[in-house]
Design a protein around this ligand. Structure first.
Ligand code: UT7
Length: 321
């Protein structure tokens, strides 16, 4: 028996405001529903309204995961929140979630690895649980990317949405349930392909998202296929044993190309990009929650989570659900 981090519940939150491609065009963005669907697979996304923030969405997702598991908030020893869109420059939005959940003492911090943030957060939380820093952890990905978008730039503003997803991890002595392996990477030489053109220490402004989409796309397929293979090998499993792939949801064409490269059945890939667009660090736990709640992912399934984003950063996890 080994001490492992078992996913005992999931939760997610989407702002009520849902905006279709046609509605974006009606707002004056020089685009069409057909272009967006053909190039990305996106049909709609959700945008946070005034008063809705990364921390409020994260709190709602975390509350749902706790309720699903029937675990009291005071049992939580660790909150790791992956986000590139925190409520404030500091303190960490994780501490706002902590307070909203009524927890007065636990470890709480944010992780900034953009779209790979949830994989980084999961890996860090997994190792902290294994290292006996806590017995229960909330791992959350939450974003309000709508607040970073340049509405004059049609090449980026149609691609992103807001939302949050959370998982509740419990340290258990088990043979093979829970997180079996995680692998993380970063290569800062590609900073300028996907970044925000502002920051506290440079411009003193929040800035807007900038992306060279075609180049990101090219790197994404190669890096994701590599890290999926690497992580499966580390976990002692083969691609054909995978029940479900829960990928970062940037572009349906990336999901299809990555599955093909690894020889994975495309029907075994969870797709939510059509309804959520790219929610950065929130996309993997949001997709996971959707597939758990609709009954596709069941206890005992072998699942792989993967993501790639700004930095570049990329990573994957193999989990026995
Ligand atoms: O989450 C982090 C990871 N992010 C990603 O993985 C994103 C990766 N990249 C992508 O998903 C794709 O590269 C995009 C969806 C961003 C773009 O698709 P593409 O097939 O690479 O299109 P493109 O950038 O080559 O643009 C093709 C054409 C251009 O027109 P011309 O120059 O051929 O006349 C663009 O100006 O499409 C035009 N275009 C648009 N047209 C209508 C770009 N954006 C739009 C738009 N509506 N919103």
């Amino acid at each position: 028996m080994t001490r492992r981090s078992v996913i005992v519940a999931t939760g997610s939150a989407l702002p009520p405001l849902r905006v279709t491609n046609a509605e974006l065009a009606e707002r004056g963005i020089d685009t069409t529903h057909e272009w967006i669907v053909e190039r990305t697979g996106i049909h709609a996304r959700h945008f946070a309204a005034d008063g809705e923030t990364t921390a409020t969405l994260a709190t709602e997702a975390a509350r749902k995961a706790l309720a699903e598991a029937g675990v009291a908030a005071e049992k939580i020893g660790l909150i790791v929140l992956a986000t590139a869109t925190p409520d404030q420059t500091f303190p960490a939005s994780a501490t706002r979630v902590q307070t909203a959940l009524g927890i007065n003492d636990c470890i709480a911090f944010d992780i900034a690895a953009v779209c790979t943030g949830f994989l980084y957060a999961l890996s860090v939380a997994d190792n902290m649980l294994k290292g006996q820093m806590a017995d229960y952890a909330l791992v959350i990905g939450a974003e309000t990317f709508s607040r970073l978008l340049d509405w004059e730039d049609r090449t980026t503003c149609v691609l992103f949405g807001d939302g949050a997803g959370a998982i509740l991890l419990k340290a258990e002595e088990t043979e093979d349930r829970g997180v079996l392996a995680t692998r993380l990477h970063a290569d800062g030489r590609h900073n300028d392909l996907l970044y925000v053109d502002g920051g506290v220490s440079t411009t003193g402004t929040v800035g807007k998202l900038r992306m060279k989409g075609k180049e990101v796309f090219r790197h994404a397929v190669v890096n994701l296929a590599d890290v999926l293979g690497e992580t499966l090998t580390a976990a002692g499993h083969r691609p054909e044993e995978v029940d479900w792939v829960v990928p970062h949801q940037a572009n349906k064409r990336i999901l299809d190309a990555t599955a093909k490269k690894l020889g994975l059945d495309p029907n075994r890939v969870i797709v939510t990009v059509d309804q959520h667009a790219n929610t950065s660090a929130a996309s993997v736990p949001l997709a996971l929650d959707v597939a758990v709640r609709d009954g596709r992912i069941k206890p005992g399934d072998l699942i792989v989570l993967e993501a790639m984003g700004g930095g570049f950063t990329w990573g994957a996890a193999v989990v026995r659900y």
